[in-house]
Write a protein that binds this ligand. Structure first.
Ligand code: SF4
Length: 209
């Protein structure tokens, strides 16, 4: 796909979707925790859990007063609660030990936090610190490869290829548009190609088959 078509796709998606996440947060730390919790979980569920959790545990220092089992109990309904509790406590410890209790604002140190993957670091960097980065989750991976924006076999390669085909200034917005499109229209099972806003550009377009 050429860059002009990629630009038209992002412009079309921008007419239908927001360029911010549906997660609630009021600090970089809260966003980081919400993104960790959102793996394999809906944003609505995460918002319910964090509304309670952040009343008392909204800083790494406070979070580290919890034992893993206690935290797992509080985030139980988000799924994968043991792993997520481990990741939250590891990241919180790193923030305290290596960054003086403050979530780093640059992408490389964010990516070094224990329990924080590349996708999570990219989301915090682009959403909270307004940096240029595309976080590739399951929706961004599926949709951008289906459309033909990129043709890659894994999430890292997809991120790097998207960085090449899209203008830097739209990276962060494109991440949100592709997620919303993947959730609402280009779903993993039964994509709604008949009602897709970018059907004419799409390589896959299941309707044509
Ligand atoms: S035409 Fe179908 S496969 Fe292509 S982006 Fe739209 S919903 Fe997804």
């Amino acid at each position: 796909m050429n860059k002009q078509t990629a630009k038209l796709i992002i412009e079309e998606l921008s007419r239908h979707y927001e360029d911010k996440p549906a997660l609630n947060f009021s600090s970089a730390y809260e966003l980081l925790i919400a993104v960790i919790l959102s793996a394999q979980c809906t944003d609505e569920r995460v918002n319910k859990v964090t509304a309670e959790l952040f009343k008392e545990y909204n800083t790494p220092e406070k979070m580290l007063t919890l034992k893993k089992e206690e935290l797992a109990k509080k985030i139980y309904s988000c799924g994968f609660y043991n792993t997520k509790a481990e990741h939250i406590l590891s990241a919180s410890k790193d923030i305290m030990d290596k960054f003086g209790g403050t979530v780093p604002s640059e992408i490389e140190p964010l990516r070094t936090l224990a329990g924080v993957g590349r996708k999570t670091a990219n989301v915090v960097y682009s959403v909270y610190f307004k940096g240029d980065a595309i976080a590739v989750d399951t929706h961004v991976f599926r949709v951008s490869n289906r459309i033909g924006l990129v043709n890659e076999s894994n999430e890292l390669k997809t991120e790097l290829a998207l960085n090449k085909i899209l203008e830097k200034k739209v990276w962060s917005k494109a991440h949100h548009y592709l997620i919303y499109h993947g959730r609402r229209v280009c779903k993993a099972i039964k994509p709604d190609c008949a009602n897709c806003q970018i059907e004419k550009y799409c390589k896959k377009n299941f309707k044509k088959k």
